[in-house]
Write a protein of this length. Structure first.
Length: 456
């Protein structure tokens, strides 16, 4: 059968006529195979909805095909408002029945048709104004307002003396002839002169030419020569010798004149040298731990860095500014190992050394060296004019103070009793030294001078 697809039209296919050949008896002839028509494909049944980008499963009459969200779909046709074709079709215009000559004017939120107002003609001459009556003015007349209207009149010449208010001070920017109004700015003379001035007689008055000192005028008094370069001839009437001075000279009165002489500079006397003890160190207590045998000492340091005035104080003494080492009888006469200790300030210039751990060997700790770092210890000087801070060595050099135990370098040394041996030893955790070795007191080469009560 013919294919009914609207897209593919196949021509009808019919079988060709087949005729049988005549019968021949000799030799026998076999019939050819029967030819049958080939099988045709089923008819195509494509619709618009079968397309992949179309979705119209059940369209209704009057719908249109519109593309939305990637597909063609069926929708009802949207009714479009009619386009206005006349002025009255606009929403803000109401001119349903305009008449000849009307104009369009906006009133009450819309445009309406109205008859135009009658505009009076614009005056083109002064006399056309309603309040002006000058039908035939003559040469030199003035316009004067009289009886409610402007009219033309001939005015008589005005004499200055007939003016009123000439004595009124109506303009504050004018100068007054009596000089009572001061200038508010500089007065520009325009390269002119002020002449006929009176001579000045008081401070603040302008000096006239005759009173001013001018170039070429002769100098007087202690000066000689002329201005602008006079020279000094006298000092308060006493003559000054004109010989040339040398650098550094000073004027000296020799009885008849001031003469230049070399200046003798006297050196100020250095401050009087003071030799002071840096500090007084007192052993407060030596304690032995009964369990460990460790010996700890407590010492008090009293700084005496300016005994006369007592205006200087050692500020915030630190552990690293003080070395405490033990003295020995062998070279180098002292231990290099430092003892451990703590520092506590108890008052001005007064510090307490606590927990000083002495060595167990008492022979090494009978004498101690307290070595103060002069270059790092801070000193504060307080006077009525304020405070000044120095390093201890700087303060000593400035005030010519020498401290016992300090020669040069950084450290000042003070020798202090340490762990003192005794025959009785340690009693109740304290060092007790009550036994005196009488054999240690030597009187060799010492005799008593009964006359002078002295010792030789």
């Amino acid at each position: 059968p013919p294919i009914t697809s609207p897209y593919i039209i196949s021509p009808p296919i019919t079988s060709p006529p087949i005729t049988s050949p005549p019968v021949v008896t000799s030799p026998p002839i076999t019939s050819p195979p029967i030819i049958t028509s080939p099988q045709l494909p089923p008819p195509h049944e494509h619709t618009l909805d079968s397309l992949t980008d179309v979705t119209v499963p059940a369209p209704t009459d009057g719908q249109i095909l519109i593309f939305r969200s990637g597909y063609w779909i069926a929708e009802d046709l949207t009714v479009v408002e009619p386009v206005p074709l006349a002025l009255d079709d606009l929403t803000d215009v109401t001119v349903s029945t305009p008449t000849e000559g009307q104009i369009l004017i906006f009133r009450g939120g819309e445009w309406v048709a109205e008859d135009p107002a009658i505009v009076p003609p614009v005056p083109i001459a002064l006399d056309n104004l309603t309040d002006v009556v000058v039908p035939a003015p003559s040469e030199g007349q003035n316009l004067v307002f009289r009886s409610g209207q402007w009219i033309a009149e001939t005015r008589a010449p005005i004499d200055h003396g007939t003016l009123t208010g000439l004595g009124d001070d109506d303009h504050q920017q004018y100068l007054l002839t009596n000089g009572s109004r001061a200038l508010t700015g500089n007065l520009l003379g325009g390269n002119r002169k002020i002449v006929n001035l009176a001579a000045a007689t008081a401070n603040g008055e302008a000096v006239i030419f005759q009173q001013a000192v001018k170039n070429g005028d002769a100098a007087g008094g202690d000066l000689t020569g002329t201005y602008p370069n006079p020279t000094i001839n006298n000092l308060q009437g006493k003559p000054v010798q004109a010989s040339a001075p040398n650098p550094g000279d000073r004027l000296v009165w020799n009885g008849t004149a001031w003469v230049p002489q070399a200046q003798v500079i006297s050196q100020p006397e250095p401050p009087k040298e003071l030799i002071l003890p840096l500090a007084t160190i007192t052993r407060i207590e030596i304690i032995t731990d009964p369990e460990t045998g460790k010996v700890r000492g407590i010492y008090e340091i009293w700084f005496n860095i300016d005994a006369p005035g007592n205006i200087a104080e050692v500020v915030d003494l630190k552990v690293e500014q003080l070395r405490i080492i033990g003295e020995t009888n062998d070279p180098t006469t002292f231990h290099t190992d430092r003892y451990n200790f703590e520092i506590h300030q108890t008052a001005r210039n007064l510090y307490l050394i606590t927990d000083l751990t002495l060595k167990e060997d008492t022979s090494d700790t009978r004498l101690l060296r307290f070595m103060f770092d002069m270059s790092s210890i801070d000193v504060r000087v307080t006077t009525t004019s304020g405070t000044d801070d120095f390093k201890l060595k700087e303060y000593a050099d400035k005030n010519n103070i020498k401290f016992n135990g300090f020669l040069e370098g950084r450290f000042a040394t003070i020798f202090v009793r340490g762990f003192m041996e005794s025959k009785r030893g340690i009693i109740n955790d304290r060092i007790v030294d009550k036994t005196i070795d009488k054999n240690a007191l030597r009187t060799t080469n010492k005799t008593v001078d009964k006359t002078n009560r002295g010792v030789k």
